[in-house]
Design a protein around this ligand. Structure first.
Ligand code: VGL
Ligand code: ZN
Length: 201
């Protein structure tokens, strides 16, 4: 089953949102157009409680984009974003969501961040997505969404490490930092992850 995972195409990651991804809105028509090339479309939502540990506002004396240490790992402190049940956490209003067979929410535990659709950043808890895909006999997953260099990237790496063939759809994704994405693409291609554009689907 040809499977697409749409990552975090939510209002707060749009240019007018609280954690804007440059040109984040430009991928919405691309994702809408490619959905009918797939037999199964899944999505994720970043879905944080207001007291989430990744929000700078929850750390006295800290500012947005400061980096702290959490469980021995670097944790960037973000502006409040994708707070559960808010407009910012909703999908972009133009995104076609009717075909989404299932939506996996992540970042719901206030004590730890979760960039990947599969595991939290400490690899402590699974979202159940690996089991969902494996039970359906899926061995290959296409990825798109926001932010390409954060949640899309970490989802791809986890999927790859779980044994899935991974394909990154470049023009259906946008990065917070394009220079960073360039490096990550080199790394992904070196591992055997495929990078392609949507006209090749
Ligand atoms: C994301 C930073 C914080 C993402 C989520 O969806 O890429 N980035 N939370
Ligand atoms: Zn987040």
């Amino acid at each position: 089953m040809k499977t697409l995972l749409v990552i975090d195409v939510q209002n707060d990651f749009m240019p007018s949102g609280s954690l804007p991804v440059p040109k984040g809105d430009s991928i919405v028509p691309v994702i809408n157009k490619i959905q009918d090339k797939f037999d199964l479309v899944l999505a994720t939502q970043d879905w944080h409680p207001i007291d989430h540990v990744s929000f700078a506002t929850n750390h006295k004396g800290k500012s947005n984009f400061d980096v702290i240490e959490l469980y021995g790992k670097a944790q960037t402190l973000w502006p409040n974003h994708c707070v559960q049940g808010t407009e910012g956490a909703a999908f972009h209003p133009d995104l076609h969501t009717n075909n989404f067979e299932a939506i996996f929410r992540k970042g719901t535990d206030k004590t730890i961040d979760s960039y990947s659709a599969f595991y939290d950043n400490g690899h402590l808890k699974s979202t159940g997505l690996t089991g969902y895909l494996k039970e359906k006999g899926i061995s290959q997953v296409y990825f798109c969404g926001l932010a390409a260099d954060i949640c899309v990237y970490f989802s791809i790496i986890d999927a790859f490490n779980e044994g899935f063939d991974c394909i990154f759809i470049e023009d259906a994704s946008k990065a917070l930092d394009n220079e960073h994405l360039k490096q990550l693409k080199i790394e992904m291609i070196a591992k055997g992850i495929k990078v392609l554009t949507s006209e090749l689907l």
